[in-house]
Design a protein around this ligand. Structure first.
Ligand SMILES: C[S@@+](CC[C@H](N)C(=O)[O-])C[C@H]1O[C@@H](n2cnc3c(N)ncnc32)[C@H](O)[C@@H]1O
Length: 212
């Protein structure tokens, strides 16, 4: 059954253009999603406060930043945040919502094509974005993010348990959520030669990756 689900999910892959068009189309309704995920993100960041190495003036690369919910949380803690997303419309919303944060730069960028030089940032974050991609892309994304940061890659995701609202959103997005929650993360970490810490914070999965 698990193999069948994973095969189905792997076969079903939205193109970059479709994904961009989807988010461009729904950006005005994204307030509904924001309302649902904001409290969890706030709790996750507060819990991470004592756990991340914040020495110096740490910088963050955030991919799939969407409307900037996480970017704004990061901006109050990090020296500078670079938020990238495929969707111009989501970035416009992010720029408007985060106008009081002068240490965030929003720019278009495809997480499937990360070309920054090694160690360009201290941290990388993705919230509720990695499950959009199939297993091979997820691995490639993690590999590239581990290459461009000197400290940690932090992945924030929905809980492993099924929830109706998440299921509806995932169905609309055409995401790989079902096989994402079945991923053997520790095997992926071994393959990428990375250290992985996995925990549930505020009913949210938090995966912290560090190159060995
Ligand atoms: C579910 S939203 C999450 C947004 C935000 N991180 C949050 O927590 O609210 C997923 C975001 O990923 C973006 N996205 C999808 N595919 C992408 C890609 N290949 N490169 C960059 N961003 C992408 C979408 O445009 C969308 O804004």
């Amino acid at each position: 059954m698990k193999k069948w689900i994973q095969k189905k999910a792997a076969d079903f892959h939205r193109s970059t253009e479709e994904m961009q068009a989807f988010y461009d189309r729904i950006h005005q309704m994204y307030w509904f999603v924001e309302r649902h995920i904001r409290p969890g993100l706030v709790d996750v960041l507060s819990t991470l406060d004592g756990k991340l190495d914040m020495s110096g003036a740490p910088t963050v690369l955030e991919y799939c930043c969407g409307s900037g919910l996480l970017s704004m949380q990061l901006a109050t803690r990090f020296f500078h945040v670079t938020g990238r997303d495929l969707s111009e419309k989501m970035l416009q919303r992010a720029t408007r919502l985060a106008q009081n944060h002068t240490n965030i730069t929003f720019e278009t960028g495809n997480v499937l094509n990360i070309t920054d030089p090694p160690d360009s940032f201290d941290f990388a974050f993705i919230s509720f974005g990695l499950h959009l991609f199939g297993p091979d892309d997820r691995k490639q994304i993690l590999k590239q993010l581990l290459r461009v940061v000197s400290r940690e890659v932090v992945i924030i995701e929905h809980p492993p348990q099924w929830q109706w609202l998440i299921a509806v959103m995932e169905w609309l997005e055409g995401s790989h959520y079902t096989d994402f929650i079945n991923t053997e993360w520790h095997a992926v970490a071994k393959e990428l030669d990375a250290e992985l810490k996995w925990e549930i914070i505020a009913k949210t999965q938090v995966l912290r990756w560090r190159a060995q």
